[in-house]
Design a protein around this ligand. Structure first.
Ligand SMILES: Nc1ncnc2c1ncn2[C@@H]1O[C@H](COP(=O)(O)OP(=O)(O)OP(=O)(O)O)[C@@H](O)[C@H]1O
Ligand SMILES: [Mg+2]
Length: 276
C-alpha cells in the first residue's frame, strides 16, 4: 500500500497529510479511473455504473476543476463543506470527516469505520429508478428536490429516515438538518447550471461529520460530473414538470464520442468552457 494512503476509491485516492501546514488533513487525488461496463470485450464508460473499466486521460483534472468551482461557490454562499484548497490540476486538500453511514456488524475493510456509507440522492424530476419505483408518477414530474438516503458500494439499499434514526446513525434533528443541507446545495447547483441554460435532472451527495469540528455535518466527497445528470433543451411547464419526456443522458467525459447515443448529452469537458 502506498504511504499514507487512507483509501482508494473507484475514482479518487485519499492520502493523509503527515507534515506541514496541512498536517492531519486529507489530500484527494482525482485519478483518470472511470466506471462503466464491458460490451463486446471493450469498455463503455458510464458514470452510472459502479465498476472501474479503464481510464479516460484528463478525467481527474476535469473533475477536480469542476469540484473546485462548486466548493468555492458553496463557500461563498455560506454552505459548510470539507473543502480547504486546490493544490494542483488534480489534487485538493480537504478536512477529514467520517462519512455518514449505517452501522454494520463488521468494518467494510481493515481500519474502516464500522459503517456502510450513505449517499443522499436528490431529484428535480422523476426519471430513472424513482420513476421505476413509483410508475404512477408522471415521467419528468417536478419532484422539488426530493431527498433519499442509500447505502453506497456493492449494494444500493434505500434506507428510510426513520430507520436511520432507529439504527442510531443520525438523530431526528441531524436527519432534518442533513435533508435541508442537501436541498440547499441541490438548489445552488441547479441554479448555477440554469444560469448556463442547462438543467440538472438529479444528483447524489455525500455528507460527513468533521473529525475536528465537534462532529459538524458538512458536504464531503465531490460535486463533479460523476454525481450529476445534466441535460440541455429542458422545457418545463409552469409547475416545473417537463412538457415532454426529454431523454437527458448522464454526463460523459469523452471528447467527441458519446457513451449513450443522445444529442442532448452534455460532455463533462463542456463544463470547463461553461464554468471555468
Ligand atoms: N472529507 C472526507 N473524509 C473522509 N473520507 C471522505 C471524505 N470525502 C470523501 N470521502 C470518502 O473518500 C472516498 C473517495 O473515493 P471515491 O469517490 O473514488 O470512492 P467511491 O468509489 O465513490 O466510493 P467507494 O469506493 O467508497 O464506494 C469515498 O469513499 C468517500 O466516501
Ligand atoms: Mg465517489
Amino acid at each position: 500500500m502506498e504511504k499514507n494512503l487512507v483509501y482508494r476509491g473507484k475514482s479518487k485516492d485519499v492520502f493523509k497529510i503527515t507534515s506541514g501546514a496541512h498536517k492531519g488533513k486529507y489530500r484527494f487525488v482525482f485519478t483518470d479511473r472511470a466506471t462503466g461496463y464491458i460490451e463486446n470485450g471493450k469498455p463503455v464508460f458510464d458514470p452510472g455504473y459502479d465498476i472501474v473499466v479503464g481510464e479516460i486521460p484528463g478525467k481527474g483534472a476535469i473533475a477536480c476543476r469542476f469540484a473546485t468551482h462548486f466548493f468555492k461557490l458553496l463557500k461563498a454562499k455560506g454552505v459548510p463543506t470539507h473543502y480547504i484548497e486546490t493544490i494542483s490540476d488534480n489534487e485538493m486538500i480537504v478536512e477529514p470527516a467520517v462519512p455518514l453511514g449505517m452501522p454494520v456488524a463488521k468494518p467494510i475493510f481493515p481500519g474502516a469505520e464500522p459503517l456502510a456509507n450513505l449517499e443522499f440522492t436528490w431529484r428535480n424530476n422523476a426519471t430513472g429508478s424513482f420513476w421505476r419505483r413509483y410508475p404512477f408518477v408522471r415521467p419528468c414530474k417536478n419532484l422539488h428536490k426530493v431527498v433519499e438516503a442509500w447505502t453506497k458500494g456493492d449494494s444500493d439499499i434505500l434506507i428510510t429516515f426513520e430507520a436511520l434514526q432507529e439504527a442510531g446513525a443520525l438523530t431526528k434533528k441531524e436527519i432534518a438538518d442533513s435533508v435541508k443541507l442537501v436541498k440547499k446545495i441541490a438548489d445552488i447547483v441547479s441554479k448555477e447550471f440554469k444560469s448556463k441554460k442547462l438543467h440538472v435532472i438529479d444528483g447524489k451527495f455525500e455528507l460527513g461529520r468533521l473529525k475536528y469540528g465537534r462532529g459538524k455535518i458538512v458536504l464531503i466527497d465531490e460535486v463533479s460530473p460523476d454525481v450529476l445528470r445534466v441535460c440541455r433543451g429542458f422545457k418545463p411547464d409552469k409547475s416545473g414538470n417537463c412538457t415532454q419526456f426529454t431523454k437527458c443522458a448522464v454526463t460523459s467525459y469523452l471528447e467527441g464520442k458519446r457513451t449513450i447515443k443522445n444529442k442532448n448529452q452534455v460532455r463533462a469537458a463542456d463544463f470547463i468552457d461553461i464554468f471555468l
